[in-house]
Design a protein around this ligand. Structure first.
Ligand code: ADP
Ligand code: MG
Length: 682
């Protein structure tokens, strides 16, 4: 008897070779196999007549082979099978590439189902490489067909057949992790039905029921997991920080904190004085002044005799934080240090010794802070500046360095609320919803390439007034033809320098430069030694240059809205009116609508919500893998309502039964998911 833990080789048709290929997808057991959900579906239920085929639309058609197929050998590696199929409304010319066996299996006079994209005119319909099967033995058509993510050596058909066997073997013994009461209250189908119909939908409605149930289940488990993390933290006790006179710190600043900043500081200091480890997210739009909130917390921690660490996602940013904060903190008696990957081994050793001996109070750095045997004497506070990157694992690793240090996560927004609930569900949240005084909103415009002469003229005028400008070129992926960021950026910079701005100082920076080179270019720009900086998105988390007043983004359609918002946040940091010019020749309606959002609003939250809605969460993170444990079906962009329901259900269950005694299956699955998550996170 097979059960969920049975090896996939149990399935007929899966031997060593295929088991190995499946292993690459993380499929080892029958449970893994039947939990390999389709990426999308093709609706092949409806069968059309030849005359009703619409060019460009995929559809099924039933037609009789009119004459025996012909095979022609075009060249080495390219054979063509041609056949004409007819019904009472018309004829369809079908071609197959490199499937010469079809010559013998397609019988003249027999009717077959073809599924594919029709081309051609009303008089001459064509289909290339359709799915084909006999009318009497339909397997790949006549239903909603799942499309699975694949790997080499495993086809759709093999996966589909294997999953069929897997479901037959253990579809009935799947434990339902959702308590009956929850299932009934939220009108969710049973687990067996859900698995059956996510793979082999009986129809559109059945599929939706299945999807809803599985998405709910994921979000429910995820919430339970987050609540558990939080619970675990809340039972930890630490020595409360004592009150500190913050006067000297505030007096050392050249400005007064905004009300919003002040509130965040208060909330954070309150946490640290509470006797429990702080776990706070400080969320604020670019330029809202999160760094000073962090600095206040650092001061508070150090004056409590505890070390503080600040981790930034890039070396440039770490350096900037250090260079900005050390001159403020050192005179206040806080001994500061910078630790990045580019220090020599000897320097690192000296720094490590200083940290271990407690001779350094405040260290700023990159990942180097958690890698390579850094020990702290009394680490009291960890601040992570995430800049919209999510390093749950790094956060956890650094937190593990001390005895439950306080943690403050600074997020340069703009995280849509639905997502924040998930990503930071275990944290308390402070929001800086106010910009420092005197900021003027960045004037944003959206133009096409024909405006380049005018843009250049505009740049020249502003540079003449003493301002500086950024020009961002899109990242070209390596796989694209001629794709090389370096080239795009260096060539454009060279062209501008030679042909457009021979008398101005043009520089460039891109991600493949050595950190030292990058730093040098950025430092020169910050020191006003450069007028125009041509760059890839590396400047997204770049240094603060208040004198930069223009951001030009070329091929703006290639960027996500959130990314454009981040880029725009690089200007408008000083007292001058700043501008953002989005350049795109793309005519696509959707694209134009997207870019116009940028012109209309400066609100990072709104932009993020829009981005998430239009692009989906995977793209929001810049990559498909969002690293959230166990979310395969749920779409955090679209399932906001379901998320709220699942959270309410999880909270109600925990209220009734904090130990989850009544649903051991849920407890077990949650534990599995979250240990897997910890493994992949660290
Ligand atoms: P964020 O990290 O939130 O994007 P920063 O902390 O880098 O923003 O602050 C942006 C700029 O605003 C910095 O130059 C900082 O010195 C300045 N700043 C921060 N708080 C204030 C304030 N209350 N009044 C005036 N300027 C401020
Ligand atoms: Mg910042």
């Amino acid at each position: 008897m097979a059960d969920l833990k049975t090896d996939v080789r149990y399935i007929k048709g899966i031997g060593e070779q295929r088991a190995k290929a499946l292993g690459k997808l993380g499929i080892h057991t029958l449970r893994d196999l039947i939990s390999w959900f389709p990426r999308r579906y093709e609706d092949r239920t409806e069968t059309r007549r030849v005359a009703d085929l619409v060019p460009g639309e995929p559809a099924c058609v039933a037609a009789m082979i009119a004459a025996p197929p012909t095979v022609s050998h075009i060249r080495k590696g390219l054979d063509l099978v041609k056949v004409r199929a007819v019904d009472e409304t018309g004829a369809l010319d079908v071609t197959f590439f490199n499937q010469s066996w079809l010559k013998n299996s397609l019988q003249a006079g027999e009717t077959y189902i073809f599924y594919g994209r029709a081309e051609g005119s009303l008089l001459r319909r064509r289909m290339a490489n359709p799915v084909v099967e006999p009318e009497g033995r339909r397997e790949a058509t006549g239903r909603i067909v799942p499309v699975y993510p694949l790997t080499a050596g495993v086809s759709q058909m093999i996966l589909s057949r294997s999953i069929r066997q897997g479901l037959d073997a253990c579809g009935d013994i799947l434990p339902d992790i959702l308590p009956d009461q929850v299932r009934r209250e939220h009108q969710l189908c049973r687990v067996g039905y859900a698995y059956e119909n996510i793979h082999f939908p009986a129809g559109g409605q059945a599929l939706e029921l299945a999807r809803r149930r599985l998405a709910f289940e994921e979000l429910f488990l995820f919430t339970l997991g987050l609540r558990r993390l939080r619970q675990r933290r809340e039972t930890v006790k630490v020595e409360p920080f004592r009150p500190v006179d913050m006067g000297p710190f505030y007096r050392a600043l050249s400005f007064t904190l905004t009300e919003a900043q002040g509130r965040c500081v208060e909330e954070a200091l309150g946490d640290m004085a509470s006797g429990r480890p702080m776990n706070r997210l400080c969320q604020g739009d670019v330029g809202s002044g999160k760094t000073m909130v962090a600095a206040a917390c650092v001061y508070f921690s150090v004056k409590n005799g505890r070390q503080a660490a600040l981790m930034a996602p890039t070396e440039i940013l770490a350096r900037q934080h250090y260079e900005g904060l050390a001159p403020l903190m050192e005179p206040l008696g806080v001994r500061c240090a910078l630790l990045t990957g580019s220090h020599t081994a000897k320097e690192k050793k000296a720094l490590a010794a200083g940290l271990a001996a407690g001779e350094i109070d405040f260290v700023v750095g990159t990942h180097a802070l958690i890698t390579g045997g850094v020990e702290y004497r009394r680490l009291g506070l960890v601040v992570t500046d995430e800049q919209h990157r999510f390093g749950v694992g790094q956060r956890a690793a650094l937190a593990g360095k001390g005895e439950n240090p306080h943690t403050l996560v600074m997020s340069a927004t703009p995280i849509p609320r639905t997502l924040a609930l998930i990503l930071y569900g275990d944290l308390d949240v402070s929001v800086i919803d106010q910009l420092p005084p005197g900021r003027r909103p960045v004037q944003t415009s959206f133009v096409n390439g024909s405006y380049h002469p005018r843009i250049y003229k505009f740049l020249r005028r502003l540079v003449g007034e003493g301002r500086q400008a950024y020009i961002v070129c899109p990242q070209v992926s390596e796989s694209e033809e001629g794709g090389d960021d370096r080239k795009a950026v260096t060539e454009y910079a060279a062209k501008l320098q030679k042909e457009v701005f021979p008398d101005l100082r043009v520089a460039y920076v891109h991600g493949k430069m050595k950190p030292k080179e990058k730093d040098a270019v950025m430092a020169a720009f910050a020191a006003r030694e450069t007028d125009i900086l041509v760059s890839t998105t590396v400047i997204e988390v770049g240094v603060d240059v208040p004198n930069a007043a223009v951001m030009v983004v070329e091929n703006a359609e290639r960027f996500g809205l959130s990314q454009l918002h981040q880029l725009r946040g690089r200007v408008g940091r000083g007292e001058w009116q700043s501008y953002c010019v989005l350049v795109s020749d793309n005519q696509n309606e959707e694209t134009r609508r997207r870019l116009k959002v940028m012109v209309k609003t400066a609100d990072g939250f709104k932009i993020a919500e829009e981005d998430l809605r239009l692009r989906g969460p995977g793209d929001f993170f810049g990559q498909r893998q969002h690293g959230l444990p166990g979310l395969r079906v749920a779409d955090i962009g679209c399932d906001a309502q379901l998320l709220r329901e699942a959270q309410a259900a999880a909270d109600a269950l925990l209220e009734r039964d904090p130990e989850l005694k009544s649903c051991p299956a849920a407890a077990e699955r949650m534990a599995e998911l979250f240990t897997e998550a910890e493994l992949t996170f660290s």
